[in-house]
Design a protein around this ligand. Sequence first.
Ligand SMILES: C[S@@+](CC[C@H](N)C(=O)[O-])C[C@H]1O[C@@H](n2cnc3c(N)ncnc32)[C@H](O)[C@@H]1O
Length: 238
Amino acid sequence: MESAQDQEILHRVCREVAPYTMVPQAALLFTLESALHCIELDMKGSIVECGTWKGGCSFGMLLVQRYKYGKIVKPVWMFDSFQGLPPADERDGPLAKAYQRDVDSAYYYDNCTAALEDVRIAIKLFGFSDEECRVVPGWFSDTLPSKTTTLGREGIALLRVDADWYEPVRFVLDTLLPHTTDDARVILDDYYFWDGCARATHDFLSSSGQAYRIRTIGDFVGAWFEKKAGRSGLLSPL
Ligand SMILES: C[S@@+](CC[C@H](N)C(=O)[O-])C[C@H]1O[C@@H](n2cnc3c(N)ncnc32)[C@H](O)[C@@H]1O
């Protein structure tokens, strides 16, 4: 249970980053709480978001630290193409293909494209240093492998995956899960929204032989799991 002061911080952050995110408030609050959670537990590692768009969730995970602790304890890595989404494929299902065809929809957001220059301007406005807010532009297949040595050394305490389609979600899970620390949280923003994200998650867990339990955020606004072996205390022992 958060204190009234924590609640105030969380809602202040939500207001400040609202222009930079398309994530609904319940999912954003969970993201912010998860950033605080890994710090409170003194978990090793940084915070990583793959699929940042204009940066709202990443900025939120930094701001919440600043307001709660007076400083940034864990840096946030921001990975994004800044060229929008790649083409959806069969594994993403008909709704994903329809989304990419409907360029006039209010939810098209230019195929989820954010301009890197605008993100850099926002970072300056918030006053984050390059060390605190680590932007890595480019396709995941090009950028993630080049950072796995650093991420492997630092560890990842919180991984936020918000890349919509099967191919990028699967690539992020395959590439970064080995570098997450024990008990790390992995947030799957699109698990309930897009078939590709759900399929990629199931295929990843199955192929890596993991039994991590998938949990729902709020009213199905997202999902998450913890990198824990076996039960995570949800059930009483038999
Ligand atoms: C739905 S948006 C992310 C929303 C964002 N987290 C927010 O707070 O609003 C999905 C993002 O994933 C990025 N993306 C998807 N596939 C990618 C890939 N293979 N490589 C790099 N970026 C990718 C897109 O550029 C887009 O910005």
